[in-house]
Write a protein that binds this ligand. Structure first.
Ligand SMILES: *[C@@H]1O[C@H](CO)[C@@H](O)[C@H](O)[C@H]1NC(C)=O
Ligand SMILES: *[C@@H]1O[C@H](CO)[C@@H](O)[C@H](O)[C@H]1NC(C)=O
Ligand SMILES: *[C@@H]1O[C@H](CO)[C@@H](O)[C@H](O)[C@H]1NC(C)=O
Length: 454
């Protein structure tokens, strides 16, 4: 009697096994240039784009492209959204039988590695900042960063009565309303920008103030974050901890050992009760910011069948230093080795995929004075996403055309399991030239035949 049930059970187990192990290949996408749309919202050069996409489609096996959808271009007046340029863009993409992943880019373009563009936050947002500069992330010297609104104002109705979380939500809802016919058939993925460069992090290493491999600085000195810190310290029964960030955490270009806070065995360092209190507070607020924004994204896109992702930055310098100083300043509390698991767990709450970068980097390519560990870092994030049960997609951090970089990406993409997608940074005229285009085409081909390790 029940032996037939057992047989059915075993057969279905085998089927699940076959389906599970037979997934082959990692689809590759190519990031479009940052200035694909002009600041006025038109396609910058439609003929050029058309010919580039047609060449990519015919000469490589890419699945699609990836594009920013800039807040500063679309919402030039509060709650007036102009999607015309993106309609034109998605048309060209569709004509070439390609798919697209989009990023809800609530950050400024310009001022980060590789930024050949200048798209600020909308002027009506900057205007609020003129009279109230505390809406921007601020460092200990008082520098304000206009790349992205401070999470300190997430729930403050300072923008014509709306809060930033409401503003992000309205923007995503308008995008969905306008493009729902293309979701998820053409628009396959929505990446939700959660910070500068579209990454869930603090702007701790702004290129105007910092040089690689400095540890960066904490960004908790706008009045809203300071008020939150004071409250948290009081709640922890230690108001003395709530006046400011650590006073001996160095400056942007310091090394860990030049500071008290990131050194071993020093008083009130990162390992002390004070240090742990501060770091839990700082990283916890970032998690909360992601959690709130992703909850809004899921309200908008949750039933559409589209994949929602969020990007985590690849802070690989000082990864091998016990303090993980650069990660701590960016909001990743990895001194105890669990930062990316906590983030992935928060993503899993919303069924959001983990997008990570620097898959092309080898430890041996890094200078010896930065305790860099990109390969260990990528490995940690892969395992964290897997333990939390969220999907993982990858990107390269720096522009590369050589097969050494591609080989490393191939290895990382199937290290523990097959990742779900890879976005190549970035479409340039050089990529389309010989021999680069051929090398890239072989890479896409190899990616399409990858299998998981078992
Ligand atoms: C929307 O943007 C386009 C540029 O892409 C412009 O030509 C058009 O006038 C704008 N529409 C409105 C209503 O502002
Ligand atoms: C999670 O998202 C994927 C798309 O990435 C979707 O196919 C799946 O149904 C979602 N799962 C749940 C439980 O909502
Ligand atoms: C995320 O938000 C939900 C409520 O929407 C809460 O239950 C959960 O604990 C939060 N997770 C984190 C990591 O903040």
């Amino acid at each position: 009697m029940y032996s037939s049930k057992i047989v059915v059970f075993l057969v279905s187990l085998i089927l699940v096994q076959v389906v599970w192990t037979s997934r082959v290949g990692v689809p590759v996408y190519v990031m479009l240039p940052l200035n694909t749309l002009s600041n006025g919202g038109d396609l910058t050069d439609v003929q050029l784009l058309q010919s580039q996409l047609s060449q990519l489609k015919s000469q490589t096996g890419i699945e699609g492209v990836m594009s920013d959808v800039w807040w500063g271009i679309v919402e030039t007046q509060p709650q007036v959204y102009n999607w015309t340029g993106y309609e034109a863009l998605f048309n060209v993409i569709q004509q070439n039988e390609l798919k697209v992943k989009v990023t809800m880019s609530f950050h400024e373009c310009g001022g980060n590695v590789g930024d050949d563009c200048a798209i600020t936050l909308p002027q009506w947002v900057l205007n609020v900042g003129q009279s109230n500069p505390n809406i921007f992330y601020t460092d200990q010297q008082g520098n304000r960063d206009q790349e992205y609104l401070s999470l300190g104002v997430d729930d403050q109705p300072l923008f014509g009565g709306r809060t930033p979380i409401e503003i992000y939500s309205d923007y995503m809802a308008s995008f969905y309303e306008n493009f729902k016919d293309l979701i998820p058939s053409v628009i396959q993925e929505i990446q939700v920008g959660l910070g500068p460069a579209g990454e869930m992090r603090y702007p701790s290493y702004q290129s105007s103030l910092w040089t690689f491999p400095g540890i960066g600085e904490f960004q908790c000195y706008d009045k809203y974050m300071l008020a939150n810190l004071a409250q948290a310290a009081e709640d922890a029964g230690n108001s003395d901890w709530g006046y400011a960030g650590p006073d001996d955490a160095g400056t942007y270009d310091s090394t860990p050992s030049q500071t008290g806070f990131f050194s071993q065995g020093t008083q009130d360092n990162y390992q002390s009760p004070y240090g742990q209190f501060f770091l839990n507070w700082y990283s916890g607020l970032l998690l909360e910011h992601g959690n709130k924004t992703l909850a809004e994204a899921k309200k908008v896109f949750g039933s559409s069948g589209v994949t929602v992702t969020a990007k985590v930055a690849g802070i690989h310098w000082w990864y091998l230093d016990p303090s993980h100083a650069a990660e701590l300043a960016a909001g990743y509390k990895n001194d105890l080795g669990v930062a990316y698991y906590q983030i992935a767990q928060m993503f899993s709450w919303h069924n959001v995929s983990f997008d990570f970068t620097c898959l092309e980097m080898r430890d041996s390519e890094q200078p010896s004075n930065c305790e860099c560990g990109p390969q260990q870092l990528v490995a940690q994030t892969l395992l964290s996403a897997e333990s939390a049960g969220v999907k993982y997609s990858g990107e390269n951090a720096l522009q590369r055309y050589d097969s050494t970089a591609y080989q490393e990406i191939e290895i990382e993409s199937s290290l523990y399991y097959l990742i779900s997608g890879f976005s190549y940074l970035r479409l340039t005229p050089q990529l389309l030239q010989s021999p680069n285009i051929g090398t890239f085409a072989s890479f896409v081909q190899t990616m399409s035949t990858l299998q998981g390790p078992n």
